[in-house]
Design a protein around this ligand. Structure first.
Ligand code: LLP
Length: 386
């Protein structure tokens, strides 16, 4: 065992694979529970899109969090892991009829609706099932977030949500419908946000919108502010548990929640990000004209974030104590974007060494693909490998 990894066990497994440290996950969940415990009307729905590995989902469900789903498949995964249907919210800009029907059959807590055409379909399908669907409107707050452009969602130019100027119209339409019940407002400004000021800007916008609605005597039971809290990719060991205290207290301080209201969160990355590591084997060390490459058996098919968002995942050679050298760390896929990092310092690398790509528990395994007819990576928990 070097550091935090059971290397002897790793040697028995086919690489690449995801490794989930359940102590980190459980400690993270305990911290969330402790911090939201201070606010009786706060509720966290784990964003299943970040990681739907059944073992990970089950641990999250055991901690009592609900689920934020964006597809029928995610609703099924959440239900299978034991999440109560009345703790499931269902978001997404393009919900298919079968997915809406599934949500209705399970009587999920709420549909986060993104357009009038979608609202009409939900009303129709609910009528056919003889039900009333609870809906919240996802409002695009036009609040920027200091994060990568591909994961900013709350700007007017993004496809998500209903624009602020249409908010009252949409609510008026919903109030005329017999098979939907308007219960709340939903927001989400982006992901991997570390500047609490961005969340404060969202709170200010929510306050404005609430005042506007109250002037028209429209009362909202639930406010859902989405997710977005980021993690420290550069130093996964320094602060493995994100700063939930500052996060929730930013909302407690700045969001003017009415006494009867419940505040909902949809955290994904902050829950699972730091517990996961992609473990990969070095196939070859190749000398180039002016650099050397460490060629791994993991590629962008196993972890796409570096190729897609120029994301940085800290890399460590967990089987070498040799002096540091500099490598371009790449995968085997036939794409020049299949690069995990350039000029990365690693303990001297040789064929067969194991490289850990850290902070990969969110949007890692779940975004894997079988491009090049590759097998999907498996996921193991630390509890299985003792
Ligand atoms: N709620 C909504 C409506 C969302 O769209 C998202 C993420 C979340 C909650 C959860 O956000 P989180 O707490 O994880 O930041 N694949 C990208 C991230 C895409 C996020 C999409 N929406 C990545 O690897 O960085």
């Amino acid at each position: 065992m070097k550091g935090i990894f059971p290397i002897e066990k790793f040697r028995e497994l086919r690489t690449p694979f995801y490794y989930y440290d359940t102590k980190v996950l459980r400690d993270t969940l305990a911290c969330i529970k402790k911090e939201i415990g201070r606010y009786p009307n706060y509720n966290v729905h784990y964003a299943v899109k970040a990681n739907a590995n059944p073992k990970v989902l089950t641990i999250i469900r055991e901690s009592g969090l609900g689920a934020d789903c964006v597809s029928g498949g995610e609703i099924r995964a959440a239900i299978k892991a034991g999440v109560a249907a009345n703790q499931i919210v269902f978001a997404g800009v393009g919900k298919a009829d079968w997915e809406i029907n599934l949500g209705l059959e399970y009587n999920i807590f709420c549909f986060n609706v993104e357009s009038i055409p979608e609202l009409e379909v939900i009303n129709e399908l609910a009528a056919a099932q003889g039900k009333v669907a609870k809906v919240a409107f996802r409002i695009n707050p036009n609040v920027g977030a200091h994060t990568h452009a591909n994961i900013t969602t709350g700007l007017a130019e993004n496809k998500f949500g209903i624009s602020m100027q249409d908010m009252e119209t949409v609510i008026d339409v919903a109030l005329t419908m017999k098979h939907v019940k308007f219960i709340g407002l939903h927001f989400h400004i982006g992901s991997q946000i570390l500047d609490m000021g961005d969340f404060v800007a969202l709170c200010n916008r929510v306050n404005e919108l609430q005042d506007r609605l109250e002037a028209r005597h429209i009362l909202v039971e639930h406010i859902n502010v989405g997710g977005g809290l980021g993690i420290d990719y550069d130093h996964p060991n320094r602060q493995p548990i994100p700063d939930f205290k500052s996060y929730f207290s930013a909302y407690a301080t700045h969001l003017k929640l009415r006494p009867h209201q419940t505040l909902h969160f949809e955290l994904g990355r902050a829950v699972t990000g730091q517990c996961g590591t992609l473990i990969s084997k070095v196939l070859y060390v190749k000398k180039g004209a002016n650099k050397q490459f460490a060629i791994l058996d993991a590629g962008m098919t196993d972890l796409i974030r570096p190729a897609l968002y120029q994301a940085h995942h800290k890399m460590e050679n967990i089987t070498s104590d040799e002096a540091m050298q500099t490598y371009d760390v790449v995968g085997p896929i036939c794409e020049s974007s299949d690069v995990f990092g350039k000029a990365v310092d690693l303990n001297g690398v040789k064929r067969g060494d194991l490289i850990a790509l850290r902070s990969a528990g969110a949007y890692g395994e779940i975004m894997a693909s079988s491009y090049n007819c590759r097998e999907l990576p498996k996921g193991y928990t630390s509890e299985e490998l003792v």
